[in-house]
Design a binder for this molecule. Structure first.
Ligand code: ADP
Length: 526
């Protein structure tokens, strides 16, 4: 099963998958899609980011008929996830006439009722709102033949288990049930044995693979500003030849365009290129007329170039094995190589899994500051200016005019510096609005969190600082005040690190206790 076309799925879905830019099934997809298509109940143990949405989404779209009945439901812990899953299923169903609808709390219920009345086949929702609709009889689940519990352990932590059981009881007994969870705590096991029919179990990330000995580092980045972060890294490194990995063909095309636009010598490689296009790109890479090769895993598989100095995981790999394959492209023939991985807050746990399974440790590195990049770029900027100065001057009268006018009010060197700033000094912002923790009563520049455990599980400030520092990849000394109480703890961390601390600690375990984290409320301030 190395290609989507090996699965027993319709052409319209294969076309949609192609449009989405997926080249080959991810490990969880390889192992679970055939079983789901056979109609088996299934327990899938996988982290976020491994492609499990498509693992159940593809069979759902394959099985659902155009008739006006809800035939599949997916329960998710949060509204964000419901929207995300619905979007992914919608893309898979792009060439098939079926409708998906996310329903979640916080959105007007009458709007949802209207949307439900128009006829949908797949509903994705949070348990609370789903139950609400069932009680109002605005949701009919008699025809549901597939039920998916996504991120079951998170739903457990959020106290949704009773709601889930009630919802399950509204569905048919002969339905197919799929359960996905990163961990398998006893209540989830119990749920599975109560409501599932001889489930098959698939788990990925089990086989250990040894990572080659190249330097491995990671950078904490945000989804929205990832491109800027990458450029900063590229600008601060001596790259001879670099391979930049993206998850999809679309991703390769988009990143290649963006890098070329910004003046990097880059080209892209993926499975949709013809052999001659491919050869051309590879030749350019081999003789170093391009410095950066942007590629998918599949496209990079055959590459044998010995002097690759950098492997950059722009998108974190979906499994440890592919991580090991990717970084094995550098450090060849006795040369030094470095592997860099960009990690968003949500992907931190995926990074830890990769470390565990491939038995390596990645060193956390801070993104180079603008000043650091600028220092290295000075020479290049000067060179560009000189080239411009020596070019034919005829076209620049308008610019002269501006300079003359402004020079009457400002010193000319300030005018020139401001112009340079505009030309070269794009400011990169690193915060992301998704993580707005609001007012938490923290000191300036910090975010304060409330953690649901304290002395009752022997939380010890010094150990906690060490754990946070390791899990979130931030220096221990940057962590602020920690107050441990009997049953809870307050802790302060720098604002730019807060999303990473939040994602790393949420749903984790400390001294065997399940930990949850939320932004503190200002009135809790002492
Ligand atoms: P999960 O549900 O496990 O958190 P997702 O299903 O959201 O992970 O997948 C993470 C990302 O990977 C999504 O952007 C998705 O579109 C993409 N993806 C899923 N399967 C593949 C694949 N086979 N090849 C490339 N990208 C994929």
């Amino acid at each position: 099963m190395n290609s989507f076309s090996d699965f027993n799925i319709s052409k319209n879905i294969l076309d949609a998958i192609h449009d989405m830019g997926f080249e080959e099934p991810s490990p969880i997809q390889k192992s679970s899609i055939p079983l789901i298509l056979e109609g088996k109940d299934l327990i899938g143990q996988a982290q976020t980011g491994t492609g499990k949405t498509a693992a159940f989404g593809i069979p759902i779209v394959e099985n659902v008929e155009a008739k006006n009945r809800i035939q599949a439901i997916v329960l998710t812990p949060t509204r964000e996830l419901a929207i995300q899953v619905s979007g992914e299923i919608r893309r898979i169903a792009r060439h098939k006439k079926i409708r998906t609808l996310p329903i979640y709390g916080g959105q007007s219920i009458s709007h949802q009722i209207r949307a439900l009345k128009q006829g949908v086949q797949v509903v994705i929702g949070t348990p609370g709102r789903m139950l609400d609709h069932l009680k109002r009889k605005t949701l009919k689940l008699d025809d549901v033949k597939m039920l998916v519990l996504d991120e079951a352990d998170e739903m457990l932590d959020m106290g949704f288990i009773d709601d889930i059981e009630q919802i399950i009881r509204h569905t048919n007994r002969d339905r197919q049930t799929l359960l996905f969870s990163a961990t398998m705590p006893p209540p989830i096991r119990r749920l599975a044995s109560k409501y599932m029919n001889k489930p098959e179990e698939v788990a990925i990330n089990r086989t250990r693979v040894a990572a080659p000995s190249v330097d491995q580092v990671y950078y904490k980045v945000f989804e929205r500003t990832k491109l800027d972060s990458l450029c900063r890294i590229l600008d601060s490194e001596d790259i001879q030849l670099g391979i930049v990995f993206c998850r999809t063909k679309r991703g390769v095309d988009e990143l290649t365009d963006a890098l070329q636009e910004r003046g990097y010598l880059a080209d892209g490689l993926h499975g949709d290129l013809t052999q001659s296009q491919r050869d051309k790109v590879m030749k350019a890479f081999r003789d170093a007329s391009i410095e950066l090769l942007v590629a998918t895993d599949v496209a990079a598989r055959g590459i044998d170039v010995s002097n690759v100095s950098h492997v950059i995981n722009y998108d974190i790999p979906q499994d440890p094995e592919s991580y090991v394959h990717r970084i094995g492209r550098t450090g060849r023939a006795g040369r030094k190589g470095i592997a860099m991985t960009l990690v968003t807050p949500r992907e931190l746990k995926q990074l830890r899994t990769i470390e565990k399974v491939s038995r390596t440790k990645l060193e956390a590195r801070n993104l180079p500051s603008f000043e650091e990049v600028a220092e290295r770029q000075q020479a290049a900027w000067k060179q560009q200016l000189i080239q411009q100065l020596e070019r034919d001057e005829d076209h620049r009268e308008i610019f002269y005019e501006i300079v003359r006018e402004l020079s009457e009010e400002y010193p000319t060197d300030r005018v020139a510096a401001a112009a340079l700033q505009l030309a070269f000094g794009q400011t990169h912002h690193v915060e992301e609005e998704v993580y707005d923790f609001g007012e938490t009563g923290a000191s300036k520049g910090m975010v304060r969190f409330f953690m649901n455990v304290g002395k009752n599980v022997n939380i010890e400030p010094r150990k906690l600082v060490q754990d946070i520092s390791e899990l979130a990849g931030i220096p221990a000394r940057s962590i602020g005040r920690i107050d441990v109480f009997d049953r809870f703890t307050f802790l302060e961390v720098p604002r730019d690190a807060a999303p990473f601390v939040y994602e790393a600690l949420r749903q984790s375990k400390i001294n065997g206790a399940r930990v949850n984290l939320e932004p503190a409320k200002p009135r809790n301030k002492r």
